[in-house]
Write a protein that binds this ligand. Structure first.
Ligand code: LLP
Length: 419
């Protein structure tokens, strides 16, 4: 459920007619709903209830500091994968002791900064990474809390590019080798083993793969305890899917209920790292139709948003609804490919969509709040889009549209006499 809906054929985000956003800030512009973000976070937090643990929002889904700040105010923790994400969390008022640090290759400087700030835990993904964390912590005279990301070898049944829990993926430590790696980690002087981590993939629309993974992890938890390694927490990663078209993913409450009942009386804090299920349906991307170009084979509608603004359709053939800001029932509905101005055949946001279009029309690309702006680029030297947050009937600008000076900041010419 989200707060984007039609009222008398006009699309609203909360109590804001979205055409107001385009009048003030132009297009393409990302719009997020504060109410939806908060409700989605609270669905997890309430499902966790009194059980000890944290909901660590995955910053990569949407890292705008206003988004992070809203979640921090509600007590959210954060899952980060770089120092940049860590600094964003801090700038947004997040609590470093509620941060978990994921990713396959954390740089020494990143590890150092995270240790200085006192994060909750490093999710280490290999033997080599354990050595690196141990060495940096040793230099600083500190002990680093670590969790091992274990790869349980389950099929998440999702797009291959966003499936991460199979043997052939680059992520984590194979579950067969986990005990040995844990024993080694426990022997390193500047590490404290605190948890077990796993993330099997993204946009999962059924619980079974999560539960299969959990079953395997719990066998390992018990095996570790038998070997004198008692964990404080279990981190199940993110991955719960959302409805882009007609998917019916389980609710956080159903997921959490299944997990808590499996934990039984093990004294484990629970961490989850949801990204998409908090942010995706809390955002839309607004765009304007530039030209209509019907051809013998296809009807193209050229819009002012492109693959550099939202790459999911090009990269994963992902489907996202595209709907008008104002419904005009008198228009003839035709099948359109919605394509951007970038010089690539793969530059499309939607194909074969039934719409009644005219040049100048305003459209919303739905479910764009996660992996939208964060994956955008300056390809074709296009300025990145503006971002706004609607809150009741207010509109807050949370990122200015980039301008050319922003875009070339840091670039410079060669000196005149260079060869
Ligand atoms: N934790 C870890 C370690 C992750 O790698 C991810 C996502 C998450 C949590 C959050 O997963 P979520 O709840 O959002 O599914 N760009 C792709 C999605 C890539 C997901 C990468 N990892 C897309 O646009 O579909």
């Amino acid at each position: 459920m989200d707060s984007f809906e039609y009222r008398d054929d006009v699309l609203y985000g909360e109590d804001v007619a979205l055409s107001r956003v385009t009048e003030q800030y132009g297009t393409p512009t990302y719009v997020y709903s504060r109410e939806t973000l908060e409700r989605h976070y609270l669905a997890y937090a309430n499902a966790l209830g009194e059980h000890p643990g944290m909901i660590c929002y995955a910053v990569k889904a949407n890292s705008n500091i206003a988004v992070l700040n809203l979640l921090a105010r509600l007590g959210s923790g954060f899952d980060i994968v770089s120092q940049g994400e860590l600094e964003r969390v801090i700038r947004a008022g997040g609590d470093p002791s509620r941060v978990v640090f994921s990713g396959v290759a954390k740089q020494p400087a990143e590890i150092r900064r995270a240790l200085e700030l006192g994060i909750h835990c490093f999710n280490a993904e290999s033997d080599a990474e354990l050595d690196r964390i141990n060495a940096v912590a040793g230099d600083m005279g500190k002990v680093a809390p670590i969790s091992l990301r274990v790869n349980p070898d389950v099929d998440a049944n999702t797009h291959p590019y966003i499936s991460t829990g199979l043997k052939e993926n680059k992520f984590g430590i194979s579950i067969d080798q986990a005990l040995a790696v844990y024993q080694r980690a426990a022997s390193l002087p500047n590490l404290e083993v605190v948890g077990l981590d796993c993330h099997i993939g993204s946009q999962l629309t059924e619980l079974t793969p999560f539960i299969d993974a959990l079953d395997r992890l719990l066998v390992l938890v018990d095996q570790l305890a038998d070997n004198g390694i008692n964990l404080k927490h279990l981190d199940l990663g993110g991955g719960l899917g959302v409805c882009y078209a007609d998917e019916e993913p389980p609710l956080p409450s159903a997921y959490m209920e299944a997990v808590l009942s499996k934990l039984g009386n093990r004294q484990l804090e629970l961490i989850m790292e949801p990204g998409r299920s908090i942010a995706a349906n809390a955002g839309v991307l607004l765009t304007r139709v530039e030209f209509l170009k019907p051809t013998e084979h296809k009807n193209f509608a050229i819009i002012d948003a492109a693959m550099n603004d939202l790459i999911r359709p090009s990269l994963y053939s992902a489907y996202q609804d595209i709907i008008p800001l104002k419904i005009d029932a008198s228009r003839e509905q035709l099948s359109w490919d919605l394509v951007g101005p970038v010089c690539e055949t793969g530059d499309f946001l939607g194909k074969d969509r039934q719409l009644g279009l005219e040049p100048g029309d305003l459209l919303a690309v739905c479910s764009s709040g996660a992996y939208g702006f964060t994956m955008s680029s300056n390809y074709n030297s296009r300025n990145r889009a503006a971002e706004v947050m609607v809150d009741g009937d207010s509109i807050h600008l949370i990122r200015q549209r980039e301008d050319f000076e922003h875009q070339i900041r840091g670039e410079q010419l060669l000196p005149n006499d260079s060869k």
